[in-house]
Design a protein around this ligand. Structure first.
Ligand SMILES: NC(=O)c1ccc[n+]([C@@H]2O[C@H](COP(=O)([O-])OP(=O)(O)OC[C@H]3O[C@@H](n4cnc5c(N)ncnc54)[C@H](OP(=O)(O)O)[C@@H]3O)[C@@H](O)[C@H]2O)c1
Length: 165
């Protein structure tokens, strides 16, 4: 099974502010929805409790340290490793890690692929994507999206694959 991280970030690696995503880019949400369609999603407890509309699906694995965390609408795991193992047991072929910051950081060492929306601006925030070494990744797809009346920033969709040792 492949483990993929999918995230939108500013040039200063901001992904969130006050529990929300601090921009509104409709075509990025469309990209997110298309990439995650049909896949199990691995997400942190905070992102699970306040999900963007696009992240609401019936194949969610939520990661929490709370031992008796109870929910009807997701499977529960207590570590990234346990979440990955659960998805494997459920016969997933590409687990999509959808955030937030804590989860991206803990999942990055397991990642085979990154779907990154790189926003061409510095944006203020309090939650960050972990820094990653570009030498470890091949950019296999890059598509530029200009700023327009619906999108306050221009941005790029990128797909990166981990360089094999
Ligand atoms: N731009 C994007 O693409 C994007 C995507 C998703 C989210 N976001 C933004 O990111 C922010 C939320 O991120 P966040 O970092 O604050 O929260 P988060 O990663 O969604 O959730 C953090 C919680 O997950 C659990 N957790 C994390 N790592 C764990 C581990 N290794 N083992 C066990 N449990 C673990 C803990 O839950 P317990 O406290 O229950 O133990 C922790 O408090 C929001 O602003 C959201 O809008 C942005």
């Amino acid at each position: 099974m492949k483990v993929s991280l999918i995230a939108a970030m500013s040039q200063n690696l901001v992904i969130g502010k006050n529990g929300e995503v601090p921009w509104n880019l409709p075509d990025d949400l469309k990209w997110l929805q298309e990439r995650i369609e049909g896949h199990y999603l691995l997400m942190g407890r905070k992102t699970f409790e306040e999900p963007q509309q696009e992240l609401k699906n019936n194949k969610t694995i939520v990661v929490t340290s709370k031992k008796n965390y109870n929910t009807q609408s997701a499977q529960v795991a207590h570590s990234i490793k346990e979440g990955i193992q659960k998805a494997e047991t459920l016969d997933e072929k590409e687990l999509m890690v959808v955030g937030g910051g804590k989860i991206y950081e803990a999942a990055l060492p397991y990642a085979d692929r990154l779907y990154l929306t790189q926003i061409n601006a510095e944006i203020d925030g309090d939650t960050f994507f972990p820094s990653y070494n570009l030498n470890d990744w091949n950019i296999i797809y890059n598509h530029y999206h200009p700023k327009d009346s619906y999108h306050a920033f221009d941005f790029e969709f990128q797909i990166l694959e981990k360089v094999k040792d």
